[in-house]
Design a protein around this ligand. Structure first.
Ligand SMILES: Nc1ncnc2c1ncn2[C@@H]1O[C@H](COP(=O)(O)OP(=O)(O)OP(=O)(O)O)[C@@H](O)[C@H]1O
Length: 631
């Protein structure tokens, strides 16, 4: 016996932890009206589609009536001594052919117009989701699995749109057919009309009941599809680690679980949905049998002409097919509205705070002429209310200087960069750029003229040059960046030099080399604000120092926030902020901090009296040359 319960169950991601139950607000209703409102269709085209569809439906009703009339002309002309009215017969046949041709033309025109309109709407929806993704806060992505987003962008938009065509054509034309056919049937024979109509309520009831039962399985199907997509994506990106840890069996087991869940939910949904046509066929066959017997008796009794009986039989078929299509629409609506609710989840998610506030960047302090001054004033922040990450952090980054932030693992260094990029808003205090609070500027303004290089390099599929240029046309800037970042030496060894195609998964670059390409990108963009978060950590210490010195040359035009675990790198900065246990433990220049003999000096392995101290706050080796002198 088929298990009718929804099959989706939480399956742990590759990392092993089961996905946390969603804390999000319930999904918005993917109502039919909302789906139809997404239709990108001008009034003129909409009217043309409706007109063609109605004409095709009318032709479908007229054709059997003409057919009945032709039969009657033939019968009247061949029974007894009567003579055939050839003129009328040829006229009727001519009209009949004309009706067939007109019906085909209308149906074709309507179909083509509708397909274009629906596909344009789907493309529009996809574009809106893509656009929305750029405006969603980082938190949204932390709480949403990537597979789920991908399926919302692709499968769900397509599936939601499958409802549009029926709404525009199937429903109105079949409703029209139903009304006209019923009316004509009643005119021909009220008894036969009543019999033919018996099928309608039975079919409608069956459709509604089955659609209701199918919905949870459809929900489960989409949820599991998203989880499966996410799992495959994780499996592909982590394939080396999976092999290194011999974790393929675990991943394969998880895949099997998800695959089985998907199979069960699709099977259940199809089982329920698929039983509808069989139920309808059986009901209709019964009705048809009764009609045929009753109609035959009435013809023999002389209560009905043969042509009229023919019309009744064809109309009864049209009636059942209209009811079947309308019933099928109910199941389609169930599936489409499930998908629409997923699409709406993304489109209606709260956006990044303060997008496009329009507050002008102060011209007086000349952010666009000079590098800006950045001030963290009494900044506190927590990702979740119970676990503060930063408390009362205050420091000033003077224009055109480099501020290094060092501290233990998890002390909040990257969080500072996240706040400066306006990914999150401080829970207390403020961050200002040239005296204007980031919340007033809005994320887009904040990120103007800002470059960020993180520990995990981001490369897109393209040549080294394209990766470095990334939207800028200045060839000289790219060449300078190539030299300063030491990427010139790296590309010299590549098969096509700077035109070698690279990407996130490229095997032709090491992790450190990939980092340097992203550093080159940052240098080429001549940013006013530069954020380097362990940006050269994968490069060897010598290369890192050389790159840091090159970055140092940018200082005239850039205010830099540098996160590093390497003391030799931090020592190059104009100011060093030491984070410890959510607060600033100390801050100052390299010499000041060494002289103070505090945490920083101990991390460097130096105390003022010259004795070495191997205690390091983060447990990392300085990994560089002696840092006793500030360059
Ligand atoms: N998105 C997030 N949601 C919840 N907690 C987070 C998030 N990002 C970081 N944290 C937590 O905030 C704290 C500080 O993290 P952060 O990444 O800023 O540390 P860090 O000093 O940069 O560490 P590392 O030196 O390892 O890079 C950590 O305890 C971390 O678990």
């Amino acid at each position: 016996m088929l298990d009718q319960r929804p099959q989706a169950r939480p399956v742990a991601p590759i990392g092993g932890r089961p996905s946390a139950p969603s804390q999000k607000a319930p999904a918005p209703d993917g109502s039919l009206r909302w789906i139809v409102r997404q239709l990108d269709l001008s009034r003129g085209r909409g009217a043309a589609i409706s007109l063609f569809a109605i004409l095709a439906a009318v032709a479908g009703v007229v054709a059997p009536i003409l057919f009945g009339a032709i039969t009657n002309v033939i019968v009247d002309g061949t029974v007894g001594d009567a003579t055939m009215d050839w003129r009328l017969l040829w006229t009727l046949l001519g009209v009949q052919v004309g009706v067939f041709v007109a019906a085909a033309a209308c149906s074709l025109a309507q179909g083509q117009l509708l397909t274009v309109a629906v596909q344009r709407s789907v493309a529009g929806l996809r574009a809106r989701i893509e656009d929305k993704i750029h405006r969603l806060p980082l938190r949204y992505f932390e709480n949403t699995r990537r597979g789920s987003l991908v399926s919302k962008l692709t499968a769900h938009t397509d599936n939601a749109a499958t409802v549009i065509a029926p709404v525009l054509v199937t429903v109105p034309t079949n409703a029209l057919t139903l009304v006209v056919v019923t009316a004509v049937l009643f005119v021909i024979s009220p008894v036969l009309a009543a019999v033919a109509l018996v099928a309608a309520p039975v079919s409608a009831l069956a459709a509604v009941l089955l659609a209701r039962r199918a919905r949870p399985h459809l929900e489960a199907r989409w949820t599991t599809t998203a989880a499966l997509t996410g799992h495959i994506e994780e499996e592909l990106s982590a394939r080396r680690m999976l092999q290194a840890y011999n974790a393929e069996p675990t991943a394969a087991r998880r895949f099997r679980d998800l695959n089985d869940s998907l199979f069960s939910s699709v099977r259940s949904a199809q089982w329920i949905g698929g039983s509808l046509p069989s139920v309808l066929t059986a009901v209709n066959a019964l009705v048809f049998l009764v009609l045929a017997v009753l109609g035959g008796i009435m013809v023999v009794d002389g209560h009905l002409s043969l042509g009229a009986a023919q019309v009744v039989v064809v109309f009864a078929q049209q009636l059942t097919s209209a009811v079947r299509e309308l019933a099928g629409f109910v199941t389609k609506v169930q599936s489409g509205t499930v998908s629409a609710s997923k699409v709406r989840e993304v489109l209606e998610a709260p956006e990044d705070v303060g997008v496009d506030t329009g507050v002008p960047v102060p011209a007086s302090s000349g952010r666009h002429q000079l590098p800006p001054e950045i001030v963290f004033d009494d900044v506190g922040f927590a990702y979740d209310a119970d676990n503060p990450v930063l408390e009362s952090v205050s420091f000033r980054m003077a224009p055109g200087t480099t501020t290094a932030v060092v501290g233990t693992t998890g002390s909040g260094k990257t969080t500072l960069t996240n706040l400066l990029q306006a990914f999150y808003t401080p829970s207390r205090g403020s961050i200002t750029i040239d005296g204007v609070d980031l919340t007033e500027l809005g994320p887009q303004q904040v990120r103007t003229d800002m470059a960020v290089v993180t520990q995990e390099p981001w490369l897109f599929t393209g040549t080294v040059r394209e990766n470095i240029a990334f939207g800028i046309d200045d060839g000289r800037a790219v060449d300078t960046a190539l030299d300063d970042s030491h990427v010139a030496q790296i590309v010299a060894a590549l098969p096509n030099g700077i035109d070698t195609v690279i990407g996130q998964e490229s095997e032709n670059l090491s992790a450190g080399e990939k980092q340097l390409v992203t550093v080159a990108r940052a240098i080429a963009s001549s940013p006013k604000i530069l954020i380097l978060d362990e940006a050269t950590s994968a490069a060897d210490p010598r290369t890192e120092l050389l790159v840091q010195r090159a970055l140092h040359r940018l200082r005239a035009g850039t205010t830099t926030l540098l996160i590093t675990h390497r003391m030799a790198t931090a020592a190059l900065a104009d100011m060093i902020v030491v984070l410890d246990d959510r607060v600033i433990a100390e801050a100052g220049t390299h010499q000041e901090l060494i002289a103070a003999g505090g945490v920083y000096a101990r991390r460097c392995g130096l105390v003022p009296d010259g004795t070495r101290d191997d205690e390091r706050v983060d447990g990392n080796s300085p990994n560089g040359p002696d840092t006793g002198s500030n360059p």
